[in-house]
Design a protein around this ligand. Structure first.
Ligand SMILES: Cc1cc2nc3c(=O)[nH]c(=O)nc-3n(C[C@H](O)[C@H](O)[C@H](O)COP(=O)(O)OP(=O)(O)OC[C@H]3O[C@@H](n4cnc5c(N)ncnc54)[C@H](O)[C@@H]3O)c2cc1C
Length: 392
């Protein structure tokens, strides 16, 4: 039987302190990666499965229906949260993928450590020659007895410096077309031959990296899905990533009652005294709220990935950037001298249009798959990966 809102509130209030708008929250780890706060939060919630209600009980969930999960998620918003950015790949991407096509042994080994925050995952997809054109991945995986030997490099790997596992897309067959020759692996980041070099972003974050992989041995039991299924899994993972990025309210417009804390703050700081500023601020709030409501509706109907995820990502990026840039504008010239959370969000804005697939790529997906517009020219569709290298 489904729980009532009151029962959920009562149970969660024993685990978490009430929301306090005094403590500034980071967004997507911007400015810091607070591993400890995230782990404490997950540990507090894992026993009764509040964080991942639709997951099976034995893997850290509580077998909830989507309706109950949506009530739980709204209730969690009334309590003090943590920026779960460091844990995002495991919680939002790897977990659902494993439940869809992982072996029982993989689920038993990896899901609970994801749910309780003891093992962090990163997403090793992008390479210097494979970003928007992800199917061009060149990292090779060659069979050696029962194992695989991986060689190549990845780039822009967020959380690479502190992850235990990497969800790694590699080429197992260069003789077939670029999409068909890919396979997904779980790579133990402590393996010999893994070298992680941190890259600093313009907002000061140091959580993404280039990763060099030299003769790294991966056991076949760490292959995720079938041989040659890598592209399908990557597409599903990216759809989950977009709906997860799109589903976040990025610190605004996420409260069940009253105005979001940033709008209250702007009021206190005197930003909203003239009508034009008020109007712009309400536009920022409306963008967040419309996205939040659309995402909730899609989640309840079970239609929250695929092109819907692309729509959600575009809307939430637009809302995030509008608010981040507006806060700078409202502060005026002095805004360039401050270095607070809002400033970090301002500097994080441009990256939002790139991570998880660029705005242009999301629009291509919506154009082709929702509006039925003609597909882009794809001249390399019939060529094998090896032939493509020669054509270049
Ligand atoms: C903060 C951040 C974190 C990231 N984290 C990760 C991570 O954890 N793991 C990971 O694997 N990757 C990660 N990435 C990489 C990200 O997925 C890629 O940067 C992104 O997919 C774009 O690829 P690219 O940088 O190679 O740009 P390109 O693909 O070279 O694109 C360059 C420009 O061309 C445009 N363009 C390209 N193709 C088309 C097209 N067909 N139609 C229209 N326009 C097009 C793009 O929109 C873009 O403006 C991260 C990126 C950022 C910024």
């Amino acid at each position: 039987m489904s729980l009532t809102n009151e029962e959920i509130y009562e149970a969660i209030s024993k685990k978490l302190p009430k929301l306090d708008n005094e403590t500034p929250s980071t967004v997507l780890g911007a400015g810091s990666d607070d591993l400890e706060a995230g782990r404490n939060y997950l540990e507090a919630l894992v026993e009764d499965g509040w964080m991942l209600p639709t997951w099976p009980k034995k893997h850290g969930g509580r077998d909830s229906t989507p309706e109950e999960a949506s009530m739980i998620s709204r209730t969690l918003g009334l309590f003090k949260g943590a920026d779960l950015y460091p844990y995002g790949v495991g919680l939002s991407l790897v977990g659902p993928i494993l439940m869809d096509l992982g072996t029982d042994e993989q689920m038993d080994r990896w899901l609970l450590p994801i749910a309780n925050g003891s093992e962090i995952w990163c997403q090793m997809f992008s390479e210097p020659d494979a970003g928007s054109d992800l199917a061009n991945v060149g990292m090779s995986a060659e069979k050696d007895g029962e194992d695989w030997v991986l060689n190549g490099s990845k780039v822009w790997t967020s959380r690479g410096a502190y992850s235990k596992w990497g969800m790694c897309l590699a080429r197992t067959n260069p003789e077939t077309t670029k999409h068909a020759g890919l396979t997904m692996f779980a790579l133990d980041m402590d393996s010999p031959g893994v070298e992680v070099r941190t890259i600093e972003q313009m907002n000061g974050d140091r959580h993404f990296s280039e990763i060099f992989i030299s003769d790294v041995v991966v056991e076949d039991r760490n292959r995720i899905g079938g041989l040659g299924d890598g592209w399908k899994i990557a597409v599903n993972t990216l759809a989950l990533e977009r709906s997860s990025l799109g589903g976040r309210s990025f610190g605004g417009g996420d409260q069940a009652t009253g105005l979001p804390s940033w709008l209250e703050e702007w009021k206190l700081k005197g930003y909203l005294e003239d009508p034009v500023s008020r109007q712009k601020a309400m536009k920022a709030f409306t963008l967040h709220r419309v996205n939040q409501l659309t995402v909730s509706r899609a989640a309840v109907s079970g239609n929250n990935s695929g092109p819907a995820g692309s729509g959600a990502k575009l809307r939430s990026v637009m809302a995030f950037k509008f608010r981040a840039y507006l806060s700078k504008e409202l502060f005026g010239a002095e805004g360039m001298l401050i270095n607070d959370n809002e400033h970090i969000e301002f500097l994080t804005g441009p990256s939002m249009s790139i991570r998880g697939g660029t705005d242009e790529v999301q629009r291509n997906i919506l154009g082709e798959r929702v509006l039925g517009l003609p597909a882009e020219q794809r001249v390399d569709k019939e060529l094998s990966y090896r032939e493509m290298l020669r054509v270049r």
